[in-house]
Design a protein around this ligand. Sequence first.
Ligand code: NAD
Length: 351
Amino acid sequence: MKIAVLPGDGIGPEIIAEAVRVLKAIGLQFEMEEAPVGGAGYRAKGHPLPESTLALCKASDAILFGAVGDFSLDTLPRDLRPEQAILGLRKELNLFANFRPAIVYPELVQASSLKPEVVAGLDILIIRELTGDIYFGKPRGIQTLANGEREGFDTMRYSESEIRRVAHVGFEAARKRNKRLCSVDKANVLDTMQLWREIVIEVGKEYPDVALEHMYVDNAAMQLLKNPKQFDVIVTGNMFGDILSDEASMLTGSIGMLPSASLNEKGFGLYEPIHGSAPDIAGKGIANPLATILSAAMMLRYSFNLAEPADRIEAAVKKVLASGIRTGDIAEPGQKKASTKEMGDAVLAAL
Ligand code: NAD
């Protein structure tokens, strides 16, 4: 089990260090190798996704990723900016299915801006298609019209096979949970989304045990705020998923708690916290490492099929939260704030 460890920028190295300690503590034989990515990749090798880093990822069974982003490099041409690394990895490794769980831990229910009764016990999973849709569709560009006015345009496209494979991922995931899948589209307005709905219905015939529902994206955005617990698994396209998964993460109120996985057809995956490099707190040793530790647990579950140690890590995190240990981002006013390392120590002790 070879893991490519890519700490990246900002708080990346701090949070990754704690996740690596947790992986080492669970008593399995992992081979872990580190490589620079993002701004760190640019500084070390002149590119946000250096060839050697990509080669390491391709030779590994999974990637544990910190975060990329470095404002001091924002003046570089777009293809050399740190964030390009993540887009490059998605494309090179065909990571088309993005898993974003949104879980509200009982102890952190106050962190949500919604009423406790609306979010208490929330446990939903959003699966976002990651390599197609309007973000990649061609033609795109900004052109000058005959009257001299400029016009911007992008193209929403989905092929049948792209829809089919992510639909299968959605149904399979629902099967492992509460067997309910909500497909989010905009079939009433967009032809691409009409095809989306047709294909999802077709694929659904292979999963008679999963209850399939369809929802327009505008309604889904409302329902996520009104009654988020009605959902189990949501599957949707790239753009809608981008927006809805961020909305869902805010139901939990704690960006430092949420892991994610991006998988390809073979179960190879990149695992990372949903937050960025947090330059405002980088180097201070105060970042919350739990999203990264929970990403490592997802890696065990999805790439290595190791449900038992994944359960153990998740249980350890719950135990730590129940014991009242908090980093600054999830602490109540006046509560003692643990450092990144102290939080890592607490998870290790709970394990
Ligand atoms: P961010 O997620 O880095 O930070 C938003 C806020 O949340 C900040 O106040 C930060 O201090 C806080 N925060 C984030 N993670 C935390 C943690 N683990 N513990 C405690 N507090 C935490 O988003 P941003 O500030 O908009 O972006 C910063 C950089 O990160 C940018 O360069 C952006 O492009 C990049 N980014 C990268 C990724 C990625 O690597 N996948 C994702 C989002 C943003």
